[in-house]
Write a protein that binds this ligand. Structure first.
Ligand SMILES: Cc1ncc(COP(=O)(O)O)c(C=O)c1O
Length: 492
């Protein structure tokens, strides 16, 4: 085959032309994002028709047509989490440098599973992970691996703790070698990843102890201690406590120092789920809230949440990186990944579940440099101030109840004139009304909020991990909630 006709290649001239046009289109999209609806609330069946139900094409289509079609589909039919009024769940506006980083990363396409396959990319990932540890203020012995997001960052920490705390035979013999049930402890607000982790490891979801919280969603450490003692008395085998640094519903941070002490007293693995909240530890006034993270055995954090990285980027940090190796390392005969410099080169496949790995680090590394630590302190601090402003405006409005405010999450309820929010009958109606209101708001496209159940109250929830949101947006959001709330109440 002297020369090949390659239907998937693009000549460099065409690549330049197509690329320039695409970048121009993206720049215009970002410039005007605030004028677009957050979502059009279109139904899957309509969207399905747009995508078309043709079978897999046999013959190729010109690449410019595909790029045109894809750009149009994405710009016109997406939910825009980069919109200044997107405050739903925990998905940030993505830093534009991340888009350029992903293009660059995909163009070089290093396989970050082994140093020999990704020489410079591995060095960049090492530095990124070191910077993330420095960012949240844990000592330099913490090291880790980048993963796809919060779930996998937590599951990686969980697996590491589980394997390192289990009897030595577990890796070879499995759960049958373990005497006594292995038990895991976490607060009742812990994110759903913990159930997946318990299922995957064979711990079993019945062996998660969901510890009660106080009224502000902080785990009750006394109850935690009692639960551990009771399990030990019954011959079970406590292995791990999960502390949360910013719970998904209200942003509450557990007493991590207290949990660290309990883990130390009982010899348990201490994992911190900081997927959402831990970047706030960079703010000097808030760092005492996170005291205790330096004692964690493993920590999950998520650059694709409050570090404004485009999806996907999560990170697992561990106090002793050898624990990751003990859990994940293997040396198959088909790998020739010897270390030229022992202790310096790094094969990331030995640190987590993936072998072939993309270059996630680049977008995080570039954004950390673009904004610098001071830039992040400013952006995260501004998000928190805006969340407090949201709470204040709700508190001052006679048709709203401000329910909670932690980190950058505010919860509130719409309450029509004349309703008493504290009687049970009234609360049932308000919960129903606010659920309907949320559904209306999520479809009408002016603002995107999500929900939280706080002390039995169905709340509208705004989480600001969005560097595009301003005070004006918050003021307008309050007006939209009240306007739509009146309509939904009027239609009852
Ligand atoms: C506290 C917490 N942990 C874990 C996760 C899961 O993260 P991901 O959706 O990136 O897997 C979330 C998501 O919101 C979260 O808030």
């Amino acid at each position: 085959m002297k020369s090949r006709s390659v239907p998937i290649d693009i000549s460099s001239d065409d690549f330049r032309k197509l690329g320039h046009k695409l970048v121009d289109d993206i720049a215009e999209f970002i410039e005007n994002i605030h004028k677009l609806p957050v979502t059009k609330g279109e139904l899957p069946t309509n969207l399905n028709q747009l995508v078309g139900s043709k079978t897999l094409p046999d013959k190729g289509v010109p690449v410019e047509d595909i790029i045109d079609k894809s750009t149009k589909l994405l710009f016109e039919h997406s939910l825009l989490n980069g919109h200044p009024k997107f405050l739903g769940y925990i998905t940030s506006s993505a830093a534009p440098v991340g888009a350029l980083a992903d293009l660059l990363a995909a163009s070089v396409n290093p396989n970050c599973g082994a140093q020999i396959l990704s020489p410079i990319a591995t060095e960049i990932e090492k530095q990124t992970i070191g910077w993330l540890a420095e960012f949240i203020g844990v000592p330099s012995n913490f090291d880790g691996v980048l993963v796809s997001g919060g779930n996998i960052a937590n599951i990686t920490g969980f697996l590491t703790g589980f394997i390192n705390k289990a009897p030595a035979g577990l890796k070879k013999e499995g759960m049958s070698s373990v005497k006594g049930k292995m038990i895991v402890y976490c607060s009742r607000t812990t994110h759903t990843w913990v159930e997946k982790a318990a299922t995957l490891t064979g711990v079993g979801s019945n062996n998660i102890r969901w510890i009660p919280t106080d009224s502000s969603n902080v785990m009750n450490n006394q109850k935690l201690k009692e639960s551990i003692q009771s399990d030990i008395a019954q011959g079970s085998r406590p292995v791990m406590v999960v502390g949360t640094a910013g719970d998904v519903s209200t942003g509450a941070v557990d007493d991590l120092k207290g949990i660290a002490q309990i883990c130390n007293d009982f010899g348990l693995w201490f994992h911190v789920d900081g997927a959402y909240g831990i970047p706030a530890a960079v703010i000097p006034e808030l760092s005492p809230l996170f005291e205790g993270i330096a004692h964690a055995d493993s920590i999950a954090l998520d650059p694709h949440k409050w570090l404004y990285s485009p999806l996907e980027a999560g990170c697992t940090l561990v106090k002793d990186p050898l624990n990751l190796m003990r859990a994940f390392s293997s040396h198959p005969e088909y790998y020739n990944f010897g270390n030229d410099e022992i202790g310096v080169s790094k094969n990331y496949y030995e640190y987590g579940l993936q072998n072939s790995r993309g270059f996630r680090a680049l977008k995080v590394w570039m954004a950390l440099q673009q904004a610098g630590k001071s830039g992040y302190i400013k952006m995260i601090g501004d998000d928190i101030e805006l969340s407090k402003y949201f709470y204040k405006l709700a508190d001052e409005h006679k048709e709203l109840i401000a329910v909670s405010q932690n980190l950058s999450i505010t919860t509130l309820q719409y309450i029509p004139d004349g309703y008493d929010s504290n009687t049970q009958g009234s609360l049932d109606y308000l919960n129903e009304l606010n659920e309907k209101l949320l559904n209306v708001l999520q479809k009408n496209g002016e603002v995107f909020l999500s929900n939280a159940l706080v002390n039995d109250r169905y709340c509208l929830r705004g989480c600001i991990v969005n560097f595009r949101t301003t005070e004006k947006d918050i003021e307008e959001i309050i007006k939209i909630i009240v306007r739509e709330g009146r309509k939904v109440h009027g239609n009852k």
